[in-house]
Each structure stands twice: as C-alpha cells, then as structure tokens.
Design a protein around this ligand. Structure first.
Ligand code: MG
Length: 256
C-alpha cells in the first residue's frame, strides 16, 4: 500500500497556485531568501505523519537538489525525482533504476539539448539539460503561442523521446523511459507493495494516476473533465486547500 504523489500544485503551492491569501499558511520552500511554496497548517501536520510513514512516496519532476529545498516536515524514505528518471531511497540514488534509465537514454537527446541550448543562449532564453532524463526550455512570460508551436515543430520528438509543453511556461524534451508511472511501479515492486493511491495535477502525472488503484485530482487541475483523467476522483476544494484534502484522504487510506 503506497501513496505516491506529485508535489507542486498537488501538495505544495506557490503564490500563483494557492488560490487564497498566503497569511496563515506554512512556508515550506525558500529560494534566494524568498519564501516561494506553502501548505496549510493542517497539511503541515499531516505531512509529519506521512513523511514518517514509509508508504508516502513524493513523485516530482524536480531534480533531487530542487526537491530538497522543500520541507515536508520529515524525510520520506522513497522519493521519485526527475519525472520518474531518478529514484532515491534514504537519500541515495537507487542504482538499479538508474542503470535501467541510463541504458535506455535516447542517443540523440544530448546533441539536441546542446543545439537547443546554443540557440536559447543566443536568444537570451534558458535551456537546461538534466541528463539522461530530459532537457527543457524556460519560456519568457508573454511569448506568443505561435512561437512555441514553431519551436516544437522545428524540434519534434525523436527516437525514444517526446515533447511535452508545460502550460506555455516550459517545453520539455523527455526520454520515453522516464515516466512517473514506471518509477512508481518500480518502487512498489521494490517494497513488495502496490500503488494504492496517487495524486497529481498535470499531464506528466497521468502515467502515475493510471498506475494507481485510486487516483486523486485537485479541482483546479486542467485535467479535470478530460477523458485521460476520467477515472480520477476530483477534490471538493481547490488550490492549497485541495492539497490538504488530498493529504487527509491519504492518511485515512493508509490508516484504514
Ligand atoms: Mg504538479
């Protein structure tokens, strides 16, 4: 019995995604001296309980370093980072999963990343390569959608990798082997367990939601009402309160 959950926009919330005033919330992530992520006080208490329970597995597109900036009021034993590309147990990279992912690295991903980084730098954009999992472009605010369409058509997915556009804010080129669902199934296998409950708010979470017996979707998610997420239960609350509802349901499920 595992509860595998996305973090940003599902458990922890930014100023933009909280859907309420930040006063009274608990800050859980500081970056460059500024608080950038929050949870409700009840979420904070629930996180202490879940983080001490080996069955809560955070599952994020963040790298390990980015993940470690978030205070989950404890240290979950298993953590999935890099959109499923990297699995950590007690703070150590799981070598078996790492080998599996590295063995399936698309041969042309590094070259595509280097070329895109060069073009991005010339245009004043940021391109980040997180080998061997993916690379992404950070889209400057106000960039027309047609520009993004052009970028995507100029560099479509190749052999073993695909393109994913994240709310017109980032464009990812991701190895096909890298999936939150595959990593969640791997952790379940390693722990002799199964993915009982999963939660996530975005397209990259769909493989995770499909891997679970029960899936939770926060009401503010753009996946609500789509065929792809039809099997998921939608929370009554939205924003940071949806995070609390998800954690409450997880604690009930794990103790039930
Ligand atoms: Mg998310």
């Amino acid at each position: 019995m595992l509860f595998v959950s996305d973090l940003d926009g599902t458990v922890v919330y930014s100023r933009r995604t909280a859907h309420r005033a930040l006063t009274g919330l608990v800050g859980v992530e500081e970056y460059d001296g500024t608080m950038i992520s929050w949870v409700t006080p009840d979420s904070w208490r629930l996180l202490a309980r879940l983080s001490a329970d080996g069955r809560f597995v955070p599952c994020t597109t963040r790298t390990w370093e980015q993940y470690r900036r978030i205070d989950l009021n404890g240290r979950p034993e298993w953590v999935i980072c890099c959109n499923g590309g990297a699995v950590y147990r007690s703070g150590r990279l799981d070598r078996d999963w790492d080998e599996t992912i590295r063995a399936s690295e698309p041969p042309e991903l590094a070259a595509a990343a280097a070329e895109t980084a060069g073009r991005a730098a010339a245009a004043g954009w940021t391109c980040r390569y997180v080998p061997p999992y993916f690379f992404y472009l950070v889209v400057p605010p106000g960039t027309p959608t047609t520009t993004l369409d052009q970028i995507e058509s100029r560099l479509p997915g190749g052999e073993g990798w695909h393109v994913h556009r994240h709310r017109d804010r980032k464009i990812y080129w991701i190895s096909d082997a890298v999936s939150k669902g595959a990593a969640a199934r791997y952790v379940a296998e390693r722990t002799g367990s199964s993915v009982t409950l999963a939660a996530g708010d975005e397209e990259l979470d769909l493989p995770l939601l499909s891997a679970a017996r029960r899936a939770l979707l926060p009401r503010h998610s753009s996946l609500v009402g789509t065929a792809a997420a039809a099997q998921a239960e939608v929370t009554a609350a939205e924003g940071v309160a949806a995070g609390e509802e998800i954690l409450t349901r997880a604690v009930a499920e794990l103790s039930g």
